[in-house]
Design a protein around this ligand. Structure first.
Ligand code: PXG
Length: 463
């Protein structure tokens, strides 16, 4: 079977539209305009079925941290598939890749986070967290501690449990979500919701919503607080610096477990190995996936503190997936961590590329269409606005400018994602400074074209 596409794009697109249901898409749209079909990738560059090259400003889906084309991972996968392609760790068995990766994670993750429960994705890991945390409190003799507190506009996955933890209104609008005992407080999004407050005061105010919620629900009912250090899918919302220390104080004061969802922020994205190091918290549990394997294999996990592991270990935890700790995925993740570590990719991000990107990215805030340029490490966004001073949205509603900007960006050979009217990037961590220059040039050109189009269509009007 050929690995390289040799069929006409139109034929592939027609088959795709007919038989392949896409995530977060209206399938009917593919009938009029087929999907863009990617065929190869190398470094930070994608090639599509027409041979066009795109700079991947999203590292796939926030995950290809070491970049594409690292053959070492393919070789490790092949070796593992030949040696032991599958085994599980259910009935008092284990295998070398799962053990080695667990040890490596314990070394890498600061603090008492030394035990991992494996899954194949971030959604599964957060579902595990729901069951694991409730079981923890049961075993501690506090079975009423079942409530999770999360934030509006948080993203924690797409399964029923993890989407309930998430705070995406559009997801909750379908299928009867959220499940009971999940409570959402406001997000620390100063640009959208801070009004006349200073960012620091707003950060404190939003953190204290956690304390109010705990008081209303009762500390004897609240099990855990979950948050992404920097909200990713919500639009790269960098919270004010006052926010996370206050959240930590409140969790400590009320005996609430803190879960840091590191699915995007982990493995170098923010310029440290983990996002919780960047924002200065001491989580009891972290969720990992994506950058753990740089997306080369599906793998995730819940990494828990010694205390959580000790309590949980007292009795059988009736939970597990066929692919928990899949040997090929573990072996590939281990090789990915070796590359991140030995090639000092996280240090390179912290000391060179993230500061360089920050300088160029924040300069885009001078563009007439940009109300805010936010950035942390190698994740960043631009809030598009028709009125910078008022931080206004568009009269035609949320999502007026974002999709236009995204389409121009693709046409200019740069993959950006949009979240309503924010344009988002999260490029591979191996991006060079000259690739950053290319990214910025293409982003700026896309902004100019978006502004012109909005004016032409009479959409450059504040709400
Ligand atoms: N937590 C966080 C913080 C995430 O960003 C998940 C959990 C779920 O992981 P899985 O592996 O189950 O997808 C995520 C995933 C987007 C987008 O459009 C973001 C994610 C997934 C798909 C799309 O920004 N994040």
């Amino acid at each position: 079977m050929p690995l390289t596409n040799i069929r006409p794009t139109a034929e592939l697109q027609a088959l795709d539209a007919r038989h392949h249901l896409h995530p977060f898409s209206a399938q009917s749209e593919f009938e009029t305009k087929g999907a863009r079909i990617m065929t190869r990738a190398e470094g930070a560059w994608l090639t599509d079925s027409e041979g066009e090259q795109l700079l991947d400003g999203m590292a796939g889906l926030w995950c290809v941290n070491i970049g594409y084309g690292r053959h070492e991972l393919a070789e490790v996968a092949e070796r593992q598939m030949r040696e032991l392609p599958y085994y599980n760790s259910f009935f008092k068995t284990s295998h070398v890749p799962a053990i080695d990766l667990a040890e490596r994670l314990a070394q890498l993750i600061p603090g008492p986070l030394n035990s991992v429960f494996y899954s194949s994705s971030g959604s599964e890991a957060n579902d595990t967290n729901i069951r694991l945390v409730r079981r923890y409190w049961e075993l501690k003799g506090q079975p009423d501690k079942t409530v999770f507190i999360s934030r509006k506009n948080a993203y924690h996955g797409s399964s029923i449990g993890s989407a309930s933890l998430g705070g995406m209104a559009a997801m909750h609008a379908q299928g009867g979500l959220p499940i009971p005992d999940v409570h959402h407080i406001g997000q620390p999004n100063w640009y959208m919701e801070g009004g006349d407050m200073s960012p620091d005061d707003f950060g404190l105010m939003r953190a204290r919503e956690l304390e109010q919620a705990i008081e209303e629900i009762g500390p004897d009912r609240v099990a855990a607080f979950i948050g992404e250090p920097i909200q990713g899918a919500g639009g790269v919302i960098v919270p004010p610096s006052t926010y996370w220390p206050e959240i930590q104080r409140i969790c400590d004061a009320h005996d609430i477990l803190l879960i840091s969802d590191e699915v995007i922020c982990g493995f170098g994205r923010t310029g440290n190995w983990f996002g919780f190091e960047t924002v200065g918290t001491r989580p009891d549990i972290i969720t990992i996936a994506k950058g753990l394997s740089s997306g080369y294999q599906p793998i995730g996990g819940s990494v828990v503190s010694d205390e959580v592991a000790r309590v949980l270990g007292q009795d059988e935890f009736t939970h597990g997936y066929t692919y928990s700790g899949h040997p090929v995925a573990c072996a590939v993740a281990l090789e990915n961590l070796r590359i991140l570590d030995e090639e000092k990719i996280v240090e390179q991000v912290r000391d060179v590329t993230a500061p360089y990107l920050k300088e160029k990215w924040t300069a885009l805030a001078d563009h007439p269409l940009v109300g805010e340029a936010s950035i942390c490490g190698m994740m960043a966004s631009l809030a598009l606005t028709p009125d910078k001073a008022a931080r206004a949205g568009f009269a035609a509603g949320p999502g007026t400018a974002g999709p236009i900007g995204r389409d121009f960006s693709f046409a200019n050979g740069l993959v950006m994602r949009h979240v309503y009217d924010r344009l988002v990037i999260s490029p591979p961590l191996i991006l060079t400074t000259s690739e950053i220059d290319t990214l910025i040039e293409r982003a700026e050109k896309s902004l100019d074209q978006t502004l012109a189009k909005l004016k032409e269509d009479g959409l450059y009007v504040a709400a």
